[in-house]
Design a binder for this molecule. Structure first.
Ligand SMILES: Cc1cc2nc3c(=O)[nH]c(=O)nc-3n(C[C@H](O)[C@H](O)[C@H](O)COP(=O)(O)OP(=O)(O)OC[C@H]3O[C@@H](n4cnc5c(N)ncnc54)[C@H](O)[C@@H]3O)c2cc1C
Length: 288
């Protein structure tokens, strides 16, 4: 009851949840939702909390965190061309990347260094320049939050777009398609991608990754922010990273208010300089 959400997010910002639950199985999740609906309690879902900003007033109702929703990663089908891998939604993406490399399976190298869970990565269609989750998802098992039934949704019926998926419920598991390949090459690519990320992004400071989506054309968000002269700008404990300008970092007990004020200033300055409207990638959750 009244549990601080700071430790459950990578931004380390925000207030408390009235109620917090971490179900260990899909059935437990379903029972939680049933109880919440019976008592008319709103439910907010978090995976690894690496793409969210929680407001200072926190979240009313029940926050469900999926990180315990995991079991063994299984190869459920394989041929010389492909392997199908079944994973629960609460599994960490980094663990799945390691599993893939160990089993000489290619397809997840783009995800090197992306924190969070599989469910969050699919819901965000997480990715980099070299790929995203939409390229490897075969199907999802989803819990319909109204009917409280599980259903399998095939890839062709999923509406993926840039850093988004219209998720028709809570993802509880997914089948991924990976391709057999040379283990040395896979590991080398993982290493290179990780090195690139670690040297060009502030990965060891509290943040939620890139704050804004890259516009469909023209300069990426980071370049627009940097060329607007905002790199390194500070507001109390929040700062526009001096390593990568599309990261807002929490350098010293920033509040959500600090971060949202800085975000507004970035949006206005970029618009006044380049006439480009930035769109937020990080999801703001909680009472405003
Ligand atoms: C240092 C750093 C680097 C990052 N680098 C990248 C990057 O290179 N590329 C990139 O795309 N992102 C990046 N991110 C952002 C983030 O890691 C990804 O978006 C990640 O996939 C989010 O997963 P999560 O489990 O933390 O989701 P959360 O932040 O917990 O949730 C994100 C959204 O997904 C929803 N969600 C979570 N789980 C489920 C589920 N099971 N079913 C339905 N909806 C669900 C939540 O309700 C929320 O709306 C980075 C973040 C950090 C902190």
């Amino acid at each position: 009851m009244n549990e601080s959400l700071k430790p459950y997010t990578s931004f380390k910002v925000g207030g408390s949840a009235d109620l917090l639950a971490m179900p260990g199985t899909a059935e437990e999740l379903k029972e939680l939702l049933r109880a919440a609906s019976e008592y008319d309690i709103p439910v907010t879902l978090l995976g690894g909390g690496t793409n969210v900003l929680i407001t200072d007033k926190g979240i009313r109702g029940l926050v469900v965190i999926t990180t315990h929703l995991k079991s063994d990663i299984r190869i459920i089908g394989s041929s010389p061309e492909k392997s199908l891998v079944r994973v629960d939604a609460g599994e960490r993406l980094s663990t799945i990347c390691r599993f893939a490399a160990t089993h000489s399976l290619s397809g997840l190298e783009f995800a090197a260094g992306i924190p969070g869970t599989l469910g969050g990565a699919i819901a965000m269609n997480a990715g980099t320049k070299t790929g995203d989750m939409s390229g490897i998802v075969v199907d999802l098992m989803v819990l319909d939050t109204k009917a409280l039934t599980f259903q399998t949704i095939e890839r062709q019926n999923l509406d993926f777009s840039y850093r988004d998926l219209k998720v028709p419920g809570i993802i509880v598991a997914a089948t991924l398609e990976l391709k057999p390949a040379d283990q040395m090459v896979i590991e080398q690519t993982f290493k290179q991608n990780l090195l690139l990320k670690n040297t060009t992004q502030p990965v060891s400071v509290a943040s939620a990754g890139c704050f804004f989506k890259n516009p469909a054309k023209g300069m990426p968000a980071g370049e627009l922010i940097e060329k607007s002269g905002l790199k390194g700008m500070k507001l109390n404990g929040a700062m526009v990273s001096d390593i990568h300008a599309n990261y807002i970092v929490n350098i010293s007990n920033a509040t959500c208010g600090d971060i949202l004020t800085l975000k507004k200033h970035i949006e206005e300055t970029v618009f006044n300089t380049f006439k480009v409207k930035l769109e937020t990638e990080v999801r703001v959750e909680g009472e405003s």
